[in-house]
Design a protein around this ligand. Structure first.
Ligand code: CP3
Length: 349
């Protein structure tokens, strides 16, 4: 089985070892949104191809996923796709508008609307199976990270109909119709799980669940309305034994509960230093993060000083260096390449 051999081949890589809190020859680095608009070769490859269409073409997916690995020498590749791809694949009418993000034609707000959220089958996303298989073969000992959106973050796009600052309709549904909300998140948990399983079975060596917008919630509401669906996702993929990463933005107050939700690695944004984040997350978890992506717009000496601060606060084992959120589109790609090299040199044992 391709999947099994891909997992074996990457087991000794610094990234997988750090996820398991084993000693590493240098701190592994990758960047959320490393494949994308900061790279001229990405813009060229994507020319004239709408975002969601590009996510259905295995050769293009493979090329775009490999671009940042070749250029920056990052320690892991992240599968080129989007969190809304499985929702599109089950037939929802949605699009990704450039500069805006996912837009849903017919938002999900009633019990009747829920019927449109049917389960995801592997046959709905054959291009994922094909592209992940190609990538695992090309990458060899470099791990491929698969990913999916967490139920809350997916729900926020589906209920609002697009990106939202305050998530007011999402919260109105959550507080006003808790049973409908629970059923919505439960269906999304199953879709997320199915999408992760397709990637793991095709050869992804680790998975990240993006709960990007969950920082909008207070801890008590997270625990009551959201955590059960995320726990369900992490439990459902536990038996594969691949590292599971859990990430959100503005989650300082939620880190303890996110640790409890079951992932092996907790992603931290730049608002909480990693030593404090480790205390909040609790023992037994690796940490990923957490340089502010905006720091990359400062001179190299300042980037290095801020990077040293991140490394000084990081745990002795079990740290994956990353930004605190995705690469900003106008980032100088050379600044990213220099950063990878700097982290590797600074942490070499
Ligand atoms: O390199 C990688 O990280 C892999 C690819 C990736 C994309 N989206 C490609 C993409 C990943 C991991 C995502 C995840 C994603 N998508 C998240 C979670 C990560 C995060 O940033 O918190 C979210 C919230 C989305 C939804 C989404 N899709 C947004 C907010 C946007 C940006 C809108 C914009 O144009 O500013 C997208 C579009 C998108 N997804 C692009 C890419 C490369 C840009 C589209 C383009 O290049 O035309």
């Amino acid at each position: 089985m391709l999947g099994v051999s891909a997992h074996q081949q990457t087991a000794a890589s610094p990234f997988i070892r750090a996820c398991r809190r084993e000693p590493v020859p240098h701190t592994p680095v990758w960047f959320m949104r490393q494949a994308g608009r900061s790279l001229p070769e990405y813009l060229k490859a994507r020319e004239g191809i709408p975002m969601l269409e590009s996510c259905t073409r295995p050769d293009l997916i493979t090329e775009i996923t490999l671009q940042p690995v070749r250029r920056h020498k990052v320690d892991a590749a992240v599968y080129f796709s989007d969190i809304v791809v499985p929702l599109k694949a089950i037939g929802l009418d949605l699009d990704i508008k450039p500069g805006v993000g996912p837009v849903v034609a017919d938002p999900i707000r009633t019990r009747e609307d829920l019927k449109r959220l049917r389960p995801l089958e592997p046959g709905d996303v054959p291009y994922v199976t094909e592209a992940v298989g190609q990538l695992a073969a090309e990458l060899g000992s470099t791990p491929l990270i698969g990913f999916a959106g967490a139920p809350f973050t997916l729900a926020s796009y589906l209920v609002e109909g697009g990106p939202s600052r305050n998530h007011e309709r999402t919260k109105a549904l959550m507080y006003g119709e808790p049973e409908l909300w629970r059923d919505l998140l439960d269906r999304l948990a199953d879709i997320t799980t199915a999408f992760l399983k397709v990637q793991i079975e095709a050869g992804a060596s680790a998975v990240q669940v993006f709960d990007s917008w969950v920082g909008a919630l207070a801890p008590a509401d997270y625990r009551r309305y959201v955590m059960p669906s995320s726990v369900k996702v992490f439990e459902a993929v536990a038996d594969y034994g691949v590292p599971r990463i859990h990430f959100g933005v503005g989650t300082g107050e939620l880190l303890g509960l996110m640790g409890e939700a079951g992932a092996d690695v907790v992603g931290v944004d730049w608002r909480v230093p990693l030593d404090e984040a480790g205390r909040r997350v609790g023992p037994g978890k690796a940490l990923q993060g957490n340089l502010d992506p905006a720091v990359l717009f400062a001179p190299t000496s300042a980037v290095e000083a801020k990077t040293r601060e991140v490394l000084a606060a990081a745990p002795a084992t079990g740290h994956i260096f990353n930004l605190g959120h995705g690469v900003l589109p106008t980032t100088d790609p050379d600044a990213l390449t220099r950063l990878v090299d700097f982290v590797h040199r600074s942490t070499q044992v």
